[in-house]
Design a protein around this ligand. Sequence first.
Ligand code: FES
Length: 95
Amino acid sequence: MAKVIFASDKITIETKDDSDVCFVADKAKASLPFDCYEGVCETCRVLVDEGGENLSEVNEQEKYTLGEEKIAQGFRLGCQIKIKSGYVILRNGWD
Ligand code: FES
């Protein structure tokens, strides 16, 4: 089991390993917004507080949409990431 903590909402939810974060956010009723689900609009931007190593690797779409600087600062796209195992702490990237 993996654990996702949505810090902006103070919500913790357990989920299966390799779960899509967008589905976990929906299940948890987190306030993280989504629009395109294709990694294009950046609406779902999240900031990783802890546990980034437990997420899927940064993909080409995230590199294109976010750019290297934001990725280096810890931003990811919620619609593009999976929680592999362990835990991650995410907050809304627009707060
Ligand atoms: S919902 Fe558009 S980039 Fe994630």
